[in-house]
Design a protein around this ligand. Structure first.
Ligand code: ADP
Length: 328
């Protein structure tokens, strides 16, 4: 770490699941840093690549023409060994040998926990940029990729609705989000779903069935149920089975899966990711040691990394109410 809080060499990595807009964040970090006289090093494949020493110098052109692509040019990975302090020490020594004196980590809350451990154990300054489609990180109201993932799912459900109407069918569409229901609830509102099922120990099977029947009674010829995947995908099959066995309702299941993780980032994701990259560099230069570029009240603002390590799993009750109010 150098004196003016100013950094001389910055490492950048992506970790955990990829999300659309990560490239915009990389581009912004690289160009802002170079503009401020910092040398930039891209670390491939997250913490795994760091441990392998897969580190390359980047320049302004390294990030040319990537803004509109999903995924991440640096690639990403999951690295279970990083849970071990000894392995993190090895990672820190690799950074030290390369004279990298700050790290920008783009990822979800798992990646943030790894970065926080590296910071507390070895003192390296960390800028953590929230990048996950799930929008489930404490301390920030937005994560890079969420808007694009919601739009991708909305486009898919619109297509499914065509078939559902033409054949007078019920579809259960399962969307991503792990234990977060944020994608499901937003997609539910934006597609006029009859119901959104969030992961819970008490799935309201009877209510789902009575909602479908009420719709049919008042002349609806199709129903869309949006189901959040929860920890283990496949809840939609349980709902399908229950509707058939207990309510004599035939429903088709469509699990959208990984199409929601890719694709060209939306304008919102491009904008917020670009802003987060810029703020990250300015904060590092100002001497901020361990922070998240959080999106709070419409602004990107630094939040202490230690306060953003938990998963946020808000049930978003007002969104649940909205779905119910509009689906009568
Ligand atoms: P995400 O960052 O998208 O939440 P993961 O939870 O899979 O994705 O975490 C990504 C990586 O971050 C893990 O593979 C591991 O290398 C690192 N990581 C996660 N949790 C921790 C932890 N508690 N301590 C150290 N490293 C961690």
């Amino acid at each position: 770490m150098t004196s003016n809080g100013g950094i001389k060499k910055l490492g950048i990595l992506c970790s955990g699941g990829d999300s659309p807009g990560m490239n915009c964040a990389i581009r912004s970090l690289v160009r802002t840093a170079i503009g401020d006289g910092i040398e930039v090093y891209g670390i491939r494949r997250g913490y795994s690549g760091l441990l392998e020493g897969a580190i390359e110098k980047m320049n302004e052109s390294s990030v040319g023409n990537i803004l509109h692509y999903g995924g991440t040019i640096l690639q990403t990975s999951r690295c279970p060994e990083f849970h071990e302090a000894e392995i993190r020490k090895e990672a820190f020594n690799i950074l030290k040998r390369k004279k990298i004196d700050a790290l920008a980590v783009i990822g979800g809350n798992g990646s943030f926990n790894g970065a926080h451990a590296l910071h507390t154990e070895h003192g390296i300054p960390i800028a953590a940029l929230p990048g996950t489609i799930d929008n489930d990180i404490t301390g920030t109201n937005y994560t890079i990729g969420f808007d694009t993932a919601v739009q991708t799912a909305v486009d898919a459900v619109d297509k499914i609705r065509d078939t559902a109407s033409s054949h007078a069918r019920t579809f259960i569409v399962e969307v991503m989000g792990r234990s977060s229901a944020a994608i499901a609830l937003h997609v539910g509102v934006c597609t006029g779903a009859e119901n959104v099922v969030v992961p819970s120990d008490n799935i309201p099977f009877d209510q789902i069935a009575s909602d479908i029947k009420r719709g049919i009674k008042r002349g609806k010829n199709s129903s869309i149920i949006i189901c959040a995947e929860g920890k283990v995908p496949g809840l939609s099959y349980k709902i399908q089975e229950n509707l058939k066995d207990n309510h004599d309702i035939d429903a088709h299941v469509c699990i959208l899966g990984h199409i929601q993780r890719g694709g060209n980032p939306s304008a919102l994701d491009r904008f917020i990711a670009s802003r987060m990259g810029y703020v990250a560099i300015k904060e590092l230069l100002a001497g901020n040691q361990a922070f998240v570029t959080a999106f709070v009240e419409g602004e990107v603002t630094p939040a202490p990394l230690k306060d953003c390590l938990a998963k946020r799993n808000e049930y978003l009750p007002h969104t649940v109410d909205l779905v119910r109010a509009l689906s009568i």
